[in-house]
Design a protein around this ligand. Structure first.
Ligand code: SF4
Ligand code: SF4
Length: 98
């Protein structure tokens, strides 16, 4: 399903996950420290929102547009290269399930 037909209709941007809306002012709350990154790509594999990409042997945050703040990327990175902070305003998205 490409559209988010179950979304709340609260004025946010919808994406590939039904029932979820993102608001555009969350900021850059996840970063990769390339000096610590060993290129294992765990962050790329665990992120369901496709936020990471590999550039050569280093990961980078390509977009946080559909991030759902699960912190799996932070947890999965055994090198401590992913820094996770909460978005500006506490959250960048709303969902039907809270
Ligand atoms: S999980 Fe950590 S070490 Fe592995 S590619 Fe991602 S940022 Fe780099
Ligand atoms: S917090 Fe979750 S959704 Fe956001 S970038 Fe990390 S793994 Fe992806």
């Amino acid at each position: 399903m490409d559209d988010a037909s179950g979304a709340q209709g609260g004025g946010g941007r919808t994406g590939r996950f039904p029932g979820v809306e993102w608001f555009g002012s969350a900021g850059r709350f996840i970063e990769v420290d390339e000096s610590k990154c060993d290129g294992c790509a765990r962050c790329v594999r665990v992120c369901l929102a496709g936020c990471f990409e590999m550039t050569g042997k280093k990961a980078r945050v390509a977009t946080l547009e559909e991030c759902m703040e699960c912190a799996s990327c932070w947890f999965a990175c055994e090198r401590g290269a992913v820094s996770f902070t909460w978005p500006a305003g506490g959250t960048g998205y709303l969902s039907e399930w809270g």
